[in-house]
Structure formats: structure tokens, C-alpha cells
Design a protein around this ligand. Structure first.
Ligand SMILES: CSCC[C@H](NC=O)C(=O)O
Ligand SMILES: [Zn+2]
Ligand SMILES: [Zn+2]
Length: 407
């Protein structure tokens, strides 16, 4: 007999089936779906089109006391591309399959973890609160559904935070995505590493591949590459062997800087010495690093090796929400305790939209309601279990109601 799932699961499947895949996300169907969800819940729906084709949807649940700073529940609507041939199921069918051995079921889809589960849990938590008689909270709650996070948020949150409509939301606390945790706790991210994407370009003499030609592009570039890869190796060793200031806890990914050589370009033909060579790096800088000094080091590397540096993207803001004496954080902790879910605080290894919000002085917490779950964001066969989705709805019921009730 086929297993019956609650209506909230069907709703999640519908959201996952909307193909909001980069680089051509179907935002039209997505907006239509979200506004209909808002209507069902009696939320006020607004679409802000700062850039044509890049809609920002805000669904608002007005609070009893409109003067209080509000609770913002953020999620991005886009998902990353797939290598469809490596998937066991259509990534946009949201197929439900048995989870081997556990008696659970998996919902398989691109975006299941990153991060449609989060947006959907917000909506279903509000539905559940209303069903149990909570018609209004003290504080206004805004659900933000934003585009283009996966490509750097240029036409999404990065612009929205400078827009009048964002300031009009008067946000007191901001919840955003985290990452699933293979262990038995929800990860809570209070800070993030800074994404620095850089490209080094070397030029040099060219000529026949049979000669000893000096001052060519590739050796210059290799000096830079080797220096950055040495730095990478040292950081990796620190991660593997060092401990935190307390002398005990192991370092985690967020505590070190990672460097990945992600693109190499050069050469036209095997017997022609190339005039130009390029190497691009994805660097994620630990929040305790002095970014002014770090940038100076990147430039020095270019100058001493006679190569050019292009900073494709850099981040210099203060991307950290202090947890000490933070009433929002205390409230989240109390609500999680009530839900029976342990929290594990950490520094986010990649980047989320919170990096545009924290520098404005708004406390932001990155949480995905996924524990005992492998990390499959951006991977093949991304899935969440039905059980974690339903647990997430319960978790957000507690958290939304607690944050929304703070006096
Ligand atoms: C730094 S802009 C790109 C943002 C992207 N976010 C999720 O994967 C990331 O690579 O971290
Ligand atoms: Zn994401
Ligand atoms: Zn992502």
C-alpha cells in the first residue's frame, strides 16, 4: 500500500518541482506559487522587482505591536544546476523513495536541502500555528524569498539591502540558511568566511615550442600558484592538527582559510609558447583574518611575480553576529530546547545572503533544519527525509512563535 503523507509534504513537492535552476530560473512560476501560499495563510504579499526578471517576494504576517522590530525569515528561491545523468531520479520530480533500512522516506530533488526545505518549513510552520489558534503574534513576521543567491546575489539580496523597501521591513532578527549536519544537532551559523574570488594573469614572451624562451607567462604564473597552494597546505595542516584558544576543541572549516585553484586558462597550440596564462582561485577567508593585510598580500604576490591581479569578488564587511548577551539568540536556544533539538554553533564555510545583512547591525542566524543528514547541497541526488522536513516545521513553529512573542 502506498504511504500517505501529510498535505505539507505535497506542498513541498510542488515547490521543488518549480524549476528555479540557474542560469535560467523559472521565477515566474515561483512567484505565482509563493503568492498563492501567502494568500492561503492570509499573509500580505508584495513583489519587489529591483531588476527585471529578478523578483523578491515578501509575505508579511502583521503583528499586534507594529512598532516592534520584526522577525525576518529569509530563503533564496534559486537552485544550482544539475548533472542529470548522475541522478537516480528526475531532479525536478521531487520523487519520494524509501530510505534504505530506516523505514524513512526521502524526497529527492535539487534544492531539497539548499534551501527550499527552509522556505517551505517557514510557510508550513505558520500554517500550523494558525491551525492551532495562533492568529497573530506580538511582532510582525516577514518571509523573504529572494533570487540569485547561488550566483552571488548581485540582483538579489545585495541590492535589496540598500533599497527603501528593505529598510521599511524594520528587521530585528534575520534567519537564513545553514547546512545539514551528519550529527545529531542543528548547525547554527553566527558568522561566515569572506569569499574572495581572484584571477592572476601573466603575460610573457612567445615563440616556437622547440626553443629556450625566457620570461614566458606560465613560469611567472606558476610562482603565484605555488605560493597560494603552499598557503593552502599550511591552512589544511592547521585544520587537521591545531586546536582552538581553549586548548581543547578542534578547529573547524570556518576557523581556517581555504584556497582552491578552480580555473586555469592558457595556450593555443602545443608548439606555440603561450603569450598569456590565467589562474583563478576561490578563497574563503576566516573571519579573524585582517582583510586589509590579506588583500595587500595578494597584491604583493602579483607585483613580485610580474603578473596582474583582478579581484573578481571580495568581501570586507563585518560578517559576525555576537552571541553573548544576545536576547534573540537566547530566545532561539530556549525554543530549540523546547523542541528537543540540540544546536551546534559554527562559522559558515561558504557564503549566504546573511553577509549583506550582518554589516547593517542586524543579528543573523543561519539554520537548516537538517540533522543526522549527509551534506548534499550542490551534489547529485540531493534529498531530505520526510521526517526531517516534518521535524523542521515543528522546530520553526517554536522558533517563530518565540521570536515573534519577544516583548
Ligand atoms: C560568494 S558568492 C556565491 C555564493 C555561494 N553560495 C552558496 O553556495 C558560495 O559560493 O558560497
Ligand atoms: Zn543556499
Ligand atoms: Zn547553494
Amino acid at each position: 500500500m502506498a504511504t500517505e503523507f501529510p498535505a505539507s509534504v505535497r506542498n513541498f513537492q510542488r515547490y521543488l518541482q518549480i524549476k528555479t535552476m540557474q542560469p535560467n530560473p523559472d521565477y515566474v512560476s515561483c512567484v505565482e506559487f509563493l503568492l498563492a501560499q501567502g494568500d492561503e495563510l492570509g499573509l500580505q504579499g508584495k513583489v519587489h522587482t529591483l531588476v527585471p526578471g529578478k523578483p523578491i517576494v515578501v509575505l508579511t504576517w502583521p503583528g499586534r505591536n507594529p512598532d516592534l522590530p520584526t522577525v525576518a525569515l529569509n530563503s533564496h528561491t534559486d537552485v544550482v544546476p544539475v548533472y542529470e545523468e548522475f541522478w537516480d531520479h528526475d531532479p525536478f520530480a521531487a520523487t519520494i523513495v524509501p530510505d534504505s533500512g530506516s523505514g524513512e522516506h526521502r524526497i529527492v530533488a535539487r534544492g531539497a536541502q539548499d534551501m527550499k526545505i527552509v522556505g517551505m518549513c517557514y510557510l508550513e510552520a505558520i500554517r500550523e500555528l494558525q491551525r492551532t489558534g495562533v492568529t497573530q503574534l506580538e511582532r510582525t513576521v516577514h518571509l523573504l524569498f529572494v533570487p540569485d543567491e547561488e550566483t552571488g546575489s548581485e540582483d538579489g539580496m545585495k541590492k535589496f539591502v540598500h533599497h527603501e523597501a528593505f529598510h521599511a521591513l524594520r528587521i530585528g532578527v534575520f534567519l537564513d540558511e545553514g547546512i545539514s549536519n551528519p550529527e545529531d544537532a542543528y548547525k547554527v551559523f553566527y558568522a561566515e568566511r569572506a569569499p574572495w574570488w581572484v584571477r592572476y594573469t601573466a603575460h610573457g614572451n612567445t615563440g616556437h615550442g622547440s626553443q629556450f624562451i625566457n620570461h614566458t607567462a606560465i613560469p611567472k604564473l606558476l610562482n603565484v600558484v605555488n605560493t597560494l597552494l603552499d598557503f593552502r597546505a599550511k591552512e589544511e595542516q592547521r585544520l587537521l592538527h591545531d586546536v582552538k584558544e581553549d586548548g581543547q576543541s578542534r578547529l573547524r572549516l570556518g576557523d581556517v582559510t581555504t584556497v582552491n585553484l578552480t580555473m586555469l586558462n592558457c595556450g593555443k597550440q602545443v608548439n606555440v609558447v603561450p603569450e598569456c596564462a590565467e589562474a583563478s582561485f576561490d578563497i574563503r577567508v576566516c573571519p579573524t583574518v585582517d582583510l586589509v593585510q590579506f588583500e595587500a598580500w595578494l597584491h604583493k604576490l602579483a607585483d613580485t611575480n610580474d603578473v596582474q591581479l583582478d579581484i573578481i569578488q571580495s568581501y570586507k564587511g563585518k560578517n559576525l553576529t555576537p552571541l553573548e548577551n544576545n536576547p534573540w539568540w537566547e530566545c532561539i536556544q530556549a525554543a530549540s530546547k523546547e523542541a528537543g533539538i540540540a544546536l551546534d554553533t559554527d562559522i559558515f564555510p561558504a557564503a549566504t545572503d546573511s553577509r549583506f545583512v550582518r554589516p547593517l547591525g542586524i543579528p543573523a542566524f543561519g539554520i537548516s533544519p537538517l540533522r543526522n543528514t549527509p551534506i548534499l547541497l550542490h551534489d547529485h541526488n540531493e534529498y531530505v527525509t520526510v521526517r526531517s522536513y516534518l521535524e523542521g516545521i515543528q522546530f520553526y513553529q517554536k522558533v517563530i512563535s518565540a521570536l515573534g512573542s519577544m516583548k
